[in-house]
Design a protein around this ligand. Sequence first.
Ligand code: TAP
Length: 456
Amino acid sequence: MATETISVWNPATEEHITDVRSFTADDVYDAIGAAVTAQRKWMKLPMAQRQQFLNDIADTVLVHRDELARLESTDVGKPIHAATAEVEGVAACFRYYAGALDKVHGDAITLDDGISLTFHEPIGVIGVITPWNFPLPIASWNIAPALAAGNAVIVKPASMTPLSTTRLGELIAGISPVKGLFQVVTGSGSIAGGALIDDPRVGKISFTGSTEVGQSILRSSATTMKRVTLELGGKSANLVFEDADVKAAAQAAPGAVFDNSGQDCCARSRILVQRSVLGEFVGEFIEATRALKLGDPNSPDTDLGPLVSAEHHRAVSEFLTEDQHYLYRGETPDAPGHWLAPQIILDETGKSRAAVDEIFGPVAVIIPFDTEDDAVRIANDSIYGLSGSIWSRDVARALRVSRQVQSGTLSVNSNSSIRVQTPFGGFKQSGMGRELGLEGLLGYTELKTVFVKTEE
Ligand code: TAP
């Protein structure tokens, strides 16, 4: 029987790039079998050898930096400079967890009749299911800590953007001390992803993508009591207070919402601005947005590429109804490719569909507020809680508001969302569990307690 394939398309040109293999459930079960064997060998290797392997992956990624960045840029449509920075971040992630690998230790708890020791044991085989917006970074945030904790890993990338992850799989297989330790299975979410979820030999699923699929994975994982980490959607707030450096906030805002053409779970797509500085903010924000260059992702000065697919373009466009108050509508090129220029909407109520739902495109909604309490209330009026920013020169206010905003990650006077050293994850329907930092590593372990009787 001929092997089934999936076609991969360039979103900037709508040209066919290549076809990749579509794994059947049986193919995935075979991969899991190989991973089980590999994991037993891997966890017994000396720590220094395991650290060396993670550092070797980082080196290999950097040697192939331009190739991986080109693949990512062509497949996702992201600007080449962004793709290059992401590949460098992937190498840094493997380096961080190489360094962290031997810093994980348990505890000793003294008791009346003995002592209990705790151990962070590997879970076994990990299934990682990734989305199309940041394929390589999101894969690395899970592969690196999972390997560091002594697990084997199988990644199922999004069908639209499998190329960089597939290549990473080939590169890692070429230097792996154990065959089958890291594998990539391409194919449909329900079949290849479903096989990872259903198989009891997979101990944990780490999923990044839509809240809807995340909910279904959580339900399906109950059958085998799998550990699950979910990184889902967001509708994050960018809070700009009148005591902020308003110009700095406005100039940073386009990056916070339009980077990756808004296809970013951390996008600060609701911009809450104190009414007294609304005019100043809007003027600066529009000027900074107008300066963004939309175009060929391969060009070094491009800021924004296309959306990932025609279907996603349609879904985003549905939010752009004529009845809204547009402050700015960028000019979208009439050319092949799924192009959409930035759009800025003013919504006094914060209740429109564009202000409430995750759009995952280059659409910002500005919502004015009067008081600090209003700002917090509007920021928290969302099913999501992933990211966000607070702009204020008053440190006490910035910290007070940070404590009240229901979000897993916040930044003050900055757009920073994700650092490899710090935990990342969502409140509410933005997900559960944490990636990155030492918490990310511990999330790939099971805690074991061993009691030793020392007293009669
Ligand atoms: P999803 O449909 O959730 O897909 C994400 C991953 O899950 C893909 O690898 C997908 O495979 C797989 N998948 C789909 N259905 C599955 C199932 N039943 N069982 C196991 N795996 C399954 O997201 P999407 O289509 O990429 O994007 C839709 C929306 O998700 C976006 O508009 C956005 O709201 C959200 N999203 C969030 C993030 C982050 S970073 N939080 C990233 C991307 C998207 P296939 O590709 O083969 O379907």
